[in-house]
Design a protein around this ligand. Structure first.
Ligand code: MCA
Ligand code: AMP
Length: 441
């Protein structure tokens, strides 16, 4: 991975700050010298130039960067730092952008060694650390450059968070690998000279008319991380004259399918497999719908410290169970139709496990019982809803703030519904399917 990053041509701009060419290389090298010898380095991933330099520095030194959500609450941050075993924590304030260093010897870094450890939610328990090798990230990026003709001539603009695959692998390591200019903005919107935009559906749907019109000049508008509603696709098409390109993947698989830049695409398809990716539909029903399973060079190397979860995520023949339901045909490519697990909520493109939010709620002394569900939401795709049986007086706002402080603001419930009891079956298991029918009290 790192040997093929074109540092010499890199050009990264965040807010008013910009580093390019030899200055970027030297700043990255200075970090590499600081972190040399550390196997895993946690990086508090503010949307700042320092984060780009820090992550690149860890990679250049042959280490593994562990991005940490800067807004992570106490419990979540503590879990990530302890579980990852990071021996060093870098924050923006620790990175001196004016520092300059000479290259570190990194020629013999194994392509199979992890370059990133990214935490992602499961249905239960705290987030799991996904080990991503240099080989997997390079395969994913090179596949995308193939189908999108992504080159040094491109200028990528986005406002994605830097602690997940979308903003960090695609949105940061991509431009560094291809030597294209990167402009990170505070809010999603037009950037002078940008040729590519990456966003989640919520960002595309929130963008106002004038801003969309100002994006007309770009050659590639990309949506991913969550289902793109057809009306959003149509609105963007109307105002920009362009059809959004969709791509699909998981933290565990990186990006596995994408519509190509020259395809005749419509809403609802997330494209075809990238070079080398295996995609199959397991146990398809009469209409060809089944679980999407994946193989190939972009797959993760396993969950850190969780061999049980790694085994459960893979089939006996080593394919990744995506948990997504889909249908594939050569004409339309992959169409996603739902999800097997109901205890995962995709909200604003973030995956949130019902279990971790329930655990946080149950940690509040006024909560006797809690269940978390996802409900359709025009803005966020899905919104997190908490169903709570009170043990003591507490308001919805207090519980929302409690979850935001323990986990992260994007994991907070948008609605809290107080109920007298949760519906349970004879075994005592909560029947979430009955919850939307339950009335607030
Ligand atoms: C609100 N805030 C709070 C509280 N309420 N803070 C503390 N306590 C509270 N009770 C703050 C938030 O921190 C935030 O502050 C601001 O208020 C607004 O929050 P919110 O409404 O939650 O979000 P938003 O700003 O409206 O965000 C919408 C968004 C965001 C921008 C679309 O959801 C987003 O960035 N999504 C991207 C997700 C993503 O990158 N997923 C990729 C996963 P402040 O503004 O200061 O933060 S990787 C993946 O899925 C695969 C591989 C793939 O396919 O890509
Ligand atoms: P994460 O674990 O945060 O990486 O999220 C992975 C999940 O995001 C996938 O399993 C899908 O459910 C969803 N996803 C990613 N891209 C798309 C897309 N283009 N359309 C629909 N869902 C998507």
């Amino acid at each position: 991975m790192l040997t093929a990053l074109h540092w010499g041509r890199g050009d990264v701009q965040v807010a008013g700050e910009r580093l390019r060419g030899a200055d970027l290389v030297a700043a990255v090298n200075a970090v590499a010298h600081t972190v040399a010898g550390h196997e895993r380095v946690a990086v508090v991933a503010h949307r700042q130039l320092q984060t780009v330099v820090a992550v690149a520095g860890v990679l250049a030194a042959g280490g593994c960067a562990v991005p940490v959500n800067p807004a992570a609450g106490e419990a979540e941050r503590g879990h990530v730092l302890a579980d990852s075993g990071a021996s060093l924590l870098l924050d923006g304030s620790a990175i001196d952008l004016a520092a300059r260093g000479a290259g570190v010897a990194s020629g013999d870094v194994d392509a199979e060694s992890p370059g990133l450890l990214v935490y992602t939610s499961g249905t239960t328990g705290p987030p799991k650390g996904v080990l991503l090798s240099r080989r997997a990230m390079a395969a994913c990026l090179d596949g995308l450059s193939d189908v999108w003709q992504w080159s040094q001539e491109d200028v990528l603009a986005h406002a994605l968070p830097l602690f997940h695959v979308h903003g960090l692998v695609l949105g940061t390591l991509g431009p560094l690998r291809f030597g294209s200019r990167l402009v990170l903005t505070d809010g999603f919107g037009p950037v002078e000279g940008a040729t590519m935009y990456f966003g989640v559906p919520t960002m595309w749907s929130r963008t106002d008319v004038e801003s969309l019109r100002a994006m007309r000049g770009a050659r590639l508008l990309v949506s991913g991380s969550a289902a793109l509603p057809a009306p959003v696709f149509e609105r963007v098409r109307e105002l920009t004259g362009q059809r959004l390109v969709e791509r699909y993947g998981l933290t565990e698989s990186l990006i596995v399918t994408a519509a190509s830049v020259d395809s005749d695409r419509g809403a609802g398809s997330v494209g075809r497999p990238l070079p080398g990716v295996g995609l199959r539909i397991a146990d398809p029903d009469d209409e060809g719908m089944g679980e999407v399973q994946l193989s190939g060079p972009t797959l993760f190397s396993g969950y850190l410290n969780r061999p049980d979860a790694t085994t459960a995520a893979l089939t006996d023949d080593g394919w990744l169970r995506s948990g997504d339901l889909g249908r594939y045909d050569d004409e339309h490519g992959l169409r996603l139709l739902g999800r097997l697990a109901t205890d995962l909520v995709k909200t604003g493109g973030f995956k949130v496990g019902a279990g971790e939010v329930e655990d946080a709620l149950l940690g509040h002394p006024a909560v006797a019982e809690a269940a978390v569900t996802g409900e359709p939401d025009d803005d966020l795709g899905e919104r997190i809803v908490a169903w709570v049986v009170r043990a003591d007086a507490v308001t919805a706002g207090e519980l929302i703030d409690h979850v935001a402080a323990q986990l992260a603001p994007h994991k907070r419930p948008r609605d809290v519904r107080f109920v007298e009891a949760l519906p349970r079956n004879a075994m005592g298991k909560i029947q979430k399917s009955l919850l939307s029918a339950t009335n607030d009290v």
